[in-house]
Write a protein that binds this ligand. Structure first.
Ligand code: FES
Length: 644
């Protein structure tokens, strides 16, 4: 039996096997749907419409009666019906499709070279060069090329250098082409390449003798690559894309589950590798650089992403006592990683702290510079999950908040990532002509809003709270005034607030959405509170708050304080850093000193497991309110409420 997609070519048929879900059949043919829950039937994001044919549906709890009557089904819960004949024709709404490979705007990190020098760093990449001159062989002297090279390296103190098969395979030709005089490039005790001192020969790029490196941030949602000139630290180009693993689920847990099933681990490794290699190729090609001249790569990702990148089974990460296979990854080769780079080149992975605090946080703390100062600072990475750290130059403590991916759109009726068509800001002015003003990403006019992203959610909740549309528990207030009341209605999902109505459909926030957002913000705030109490301090001791994460680019601090997600501290204490995972990877790429500093950060960081922390649950329950049950913790918000 086959599937056909409405609007697609007549003869394009996708095989659908007995017992296989429509979601899996589409995936096997390269058609990817949003599958936030990884195909468990709980997120309701993989909606399709059955246009023709008979199907069997196993679960449809996430669908309304009206949707079911219209033939809407969840692809992950839809199977062949026994005895059915003919093809099944389906329609895939735009909102269900994932366009993997979508380009995401890269926030080019500030002035990177300026950052290196402001941190007192120097451009001294881990790939070093030793100039060698070998006596050319003559009849009667049978010393091999390798032995000849080793003899030349001895006086340079490089006796222990190891040589990969790939390096040896090119040695004979390269050393002759270089006329026995070359720069031997090496990293981590292993030979990488031979550089021609006259600038001719093996380098196919127009920059001849230049060598390059790649800094890679593997986020749960996005992947970012910086292509860098190693000798100068100059950022040549940057690229980013969605992490294609989102085909298998939005969060790390669904991906870990997928990795433990069948070929799941290979699929997950393969997809993210394709993303990274695609970005490396694209950036290198734009500048006429051969990927063989990329000699060093630094990978920064959370613990699960790092394990999946290296193809290491991540199962133990989600099983008590939550111990990963590797925290400190050895320096491995480009060939082992499968990266489009010099096969003998070195790949460094930022060290991880624990199962849910990974190399991306180590990178972030490195980039923030908080461990170089006496002042006590708080570091918050609000991305797909939410990690926090507190400390200074002497001590450091960290925790993972389990906030979940709701700010990325998961678990929210019209939730979506911060891409085109997402509502990113909301202003509510009761009583005036323009009651609800929305800002939509991508210069769209209001009717084109397709959904709402994390910053839009925070804006909407803070506005609804301040304007009395929802109460401290996040429940709709029945006495909301006339114009506002029109926007509150009873939908198939219970009470909801209509943010936008237009050609692209409606965008609403339901009561359940609000509960989910309150749970996420409570987890973040409770994580911060528990961590600070654990070290015997209170919030007033915090002198700086560094906010990182893709989400941090759009976060409105004021509104995040109003909903009680960020602590009510003087606004000048907050510093936005954007994507610090890629900034940290860049620092490590251009300076070995920063790599050592990252390792020091990892070794001195104490991890607090919040799930067994006695005070965490209490903190969490108190933070479920707007802004908090203890109003004294949010004095400026209370003042705002009084002045309403
Ligand atoms: S409901 Fe189908 S993937 Fe989540």
């Amino acid at each position: 039996m086959n599937l056909r997609i409405k609007g697609g070519p007549e003869n394009e048929k996708i095989p659908l096997k007995e017992g296989q879900s429509v979601l899996d059949a589409l995936k096997a043919s390269g058609v990817y749907l949003t599958a936030s829950c990884g195909g468990k039937g709980t997120c309701g994001k993989c909606r399709i419409k059955i246009v023709e044919g008979q199907i069997r549906m196993e679960g449809s709890a996430r669908l309304t009666g009206e949707e079911r009557a219209l033939g809407v089904a969840l692809a992950c819960q839809t199977f062949l019906k026994e005895g059915s004949q003919g093809d099944i024709v389906i329609d895939i709404p735009e909102s269900s499709r994932i366009v993997v490979g979508d380009k995401i705007a890269v926030s080019r990190a500030q002035d990177l070279l300026g950052l290196v020098s402001s941190m007192g760093g120097r451009i001294e990449p881990a790939v070093k060069e030793a100039q060698v001159e070998l006596p050319p062989p003559v009849i009667g002297d049978h010393t091999s090329d390798l032995d000849r090279l080793k003899l030349a390296l001895d006086p340079l103190g490089l006796q222990g250098l190891t040589f990969s098969r790939d390096f040896l395979a090119g040695l004979g030709e390269a050393i002759r082409a270089a006329n026995w005089k070359a720069g031997l490039r090496h990293a981590g005790g292993s030979a990488v390449s031979l550089r021609h001192l006259d600038g001719e020969g093996e380098n196919k790029n127009k920059n001849k003798n230049e060598k390059f490196g790649a800094a890679v941030d593997i986020g749960t949602t996005t992947v970012v690559v910086y292509l860098v000139e190693l000798e100068t630290g100059r950022l040549i180009d940057a690229g980013s894309t969605y992490n294609s693993q989102i085909r298998y689920g939005d969060d790390v847990i669904t991906r870990i589950v997928h990795a433990t099933e069948g070929d799941g681990l290979d699929e997950l490794r393969g997809t993210v590798l394709e993303d990274i290699n695609g970005l490396i190729n694209a950036t290198a090609q734009r500048h006429g650089i051969g990927t063989g001249d990329i000699e060093f790569t630094v990978i920064s990702g959370n613990t699960t992403m790092s394990h999946l990148f290296w193809g290491l089974p991540p199962g133990s990460i989600r099983e008590e006592p939550y111990v990963p296979t590797v925290s400190y990854f050895p320096l491995l080769k480009g060939a082992e990683a499968g990266l489009n780079m010099n096969r003998s080149g070195a790949v460094y992975t930022m060290p991880c702290i624990a199962s849910y605090v990974g190399g991306d946080i180590v990178s972030g703390i490195l980039a923030s510079g908080m461990t170089r100062k006496k002042e006590i600072a708080l570091f918050m990475d609000i991305g797909t999950n939410g990690e926090v750290a507190v400390g200074n130059d002497e001590w450091l403590m960290t925790a993972a908040c389990s906030a979940g991916p709701c700010f990325e759109g998961s678990g929210i009726r019209h939730g979506m990532r911060a891409t085109e068509g997402a509502i990113e800001s909301v202003k509510i002015t009761p009583g005036l002509g323009s009651l609800v003003e929305i800002g939509v990403i991508g210069n769209h006019s209001k009717p084109a809003a397709r959904g709402i992203c994390g910053s839009g959610m925070i804006d909407a909740i803070s506005e609804m709270f301040l304007k009395g549309i929802i109460d401290r528990k996040g429940k709709f207030v029945p006495s909301a005034d006339g114009e506002v009341a029109d926007r509150i209605r009873n939908g198939d999902w219970g009470q909801e607030f209509v943010l936008s109505q237009g050609l692209a459909g409606e965008v609403t926030l339901t009561g359940v959405d609000i509960e989910n957002i309150l749970r996420a913000k409570a987890a973040i705030y409770a994580g911060v509170s528990a961590l600070i109490k654990e070290v015997g301090l209170d919030l007033s001791a915090i002198e700086k708050v560094y906010i990182a994460g893709g989400f941090g680019n759009y976060l409105n601090v004021e509104k995040a304080i109003i909903i009680g997600m960020l602590p009510d501290l003087p606004r000048e204490k907050f510093v936005f850093l954007g994507n610090t995972s890629i900034t940290g990877a860049y620092l490590g790429l251009v300076s070995e000193g920063f790599l050592r500093e990252a390792e020091e950060i990892a070794s001195k960081m104490t991890y607090l497991e919040l799930s067994v922390s006695p005070g965490f649950m209490e903190e969490y329950m108190s933070a479920l309110f707007l802004p908090h049950t203890d109003s004294s913790q949010f004095p400026t918000v209370e003042k705002l409420l009084e002045g309403r």
